[in-house]
Design a binder for this molecule. Structure first.
Ligand code: HEC
Ligand code: HEC
Length: 284
């Protein structure tokens, strides 16, 4: 009951603050390590032309200090997990006596991979997230145990693979064999769920820029994932974030790693086509 009240309070607050507490995205530029100019705002991809003209990274909706923290790897707590993942990359595990490096060389060989995931795998005949691809390598090529989908070890590895693509534009394919999955994701994005009957679009498309209490509502982009959240001081997966947002509408949520969230991830990623890969980014 308490939770319902809290969430309804949130929505009432949203209605009340409409037009009043509107605070647009911060005008700021993200330059990583005084070196890489990140694209954090750009023209919306064609498939969204009915919905909005401009897309913004969630970075624009965070406070001055949080934004600054992300501009320097020494200040970014998510980079500690990246360093640990670098060790895991080189560590032999499983029955085949191999590490990631045995087959892929250095982790920098993964540059260009994150921008195109989730991706159709021809061999598997399915759309795969990076997590699924990593576990496929662990299980079937290394003879090692799968990592927990939303767990710290997995998300550290996803962050490492993202980190070597920072500054590259997100560019997932939404046509060809991935199209039906993309359409399923789009459907989910616009479906109102839960007792509050809210869709992702109701918040992240119709109301971004508004304040929900102390929280500045973004477009819900995922170019920055995995995200180090100051709130729980760890890396958070895309699916864990989706789960939290679905729960906030008082709906039954889907399973991290499951088909619905893969479809939703493909669709939401495509809403950020053109923004720079930022992972690991920092958010509230
Ligand atoms: C025995 C060799 C082998 C090992 C060990 C291995 N992989 Fe792979 N990996 C492959 C092959 C081969 C492919 C391409 C497979 C395919 O397309 O289905 C691949 C593909 C990938 C991809 C997708 C790349 C792309 O361009 O889409 C990622 C990411 C990946 N591996 C990560 C890892 C990680 C992380 C580890 C260690 C935990 C690992 N791999 C261990 C052989 C290996
Ligand atoms: C009741 C409003 C509401 C609904 C509905 C909602 N969200 Fe959110 N979402 C938020 C708030 C508030 C935040 C935290 C502030 C922010 O980053 O926008 C957030 C954050 C996010 C983030 C993190 C963005 C970043 O840059 O780290 C993602 C991704 C996201 N939401 C996706 C979704 C998806 C997908 C759906 C539909 C399944 C959804 N949200 C539904 C309110 C909502």
């Amino acid at each position: 009951m308490q939770k319902i009240k809290t969430v309804l309070g949130t929505c009432a607050a949203m209605a009340l603050t409409a037009g009043v507490a509107m605070a647009g995205p911060a005008e700021d530029k993200l330059i990583l390590n005084e070196e890489i100019e990140m694209v954090t705002v750009t023209t919306a991809p064609d498939h969204m032309s009915d919905a909005m003209d401009t897309i913004y990274s969630g970075w624009h909706f965070r406070g001055v200090e949080t934004r600054a923290m992300q501009s320097d790897d020494f200040d970014n707590p998510g980079m500690i997990a990246v360093e640990q993942a670098e060790d895991a990359w080189n560590t032999v595990d499983g029955s085949e006596g191999k590490s990631c490096a045995s087959c892929h060389d250095g982790s920098d060989s993964m540059a260009g991979v994150k921008p195109v995931y989730p991706k159709w795998s021809e061999a598997a005949g399915e759309v795969r997230t990076l997590e699924h691809q990593i576990n496929d390598c662990r299980e079937n090529r290394m003879g090692a145990e799968k990592w927990k989908y939303t767990g710290g070890t997995m998300q550290g590895m996803v962050a490492l693979i993202a980190s070597v693509s920072r500054g590259m534009p997100v560019n997932v394919a939404i046509d060809g064999p991935a199209q039906s999955m993309w359409e399923q994701g789009k459907e989910l994005y616009y479906t109102r769920t839960g007792q509050l009957e809210l869709s992702c679009a109701n918040c992240h498309e119709d109301n971004y820029g508004m304040m929900i209490r102390a929280d500045h509502l973004s477009q819900g982009q995922i170019n920055g994932f995995p995200v180090y959240r100051l709130k729980n001081t760890k890396l958070n997966s895309v699916h864990a974030r989706f789960k939290g947002c679905v729960r906030d509408t008082r709906a039954e949520t889907y399973k991290p790693g499951g088909q619905e969230f893969i479809a939703l991830e493909l669709y939401v990623t495509s809403r950020g086509n053109g923004l720079s890969v930022e992972g690991p980014s920092i958010r509230n």
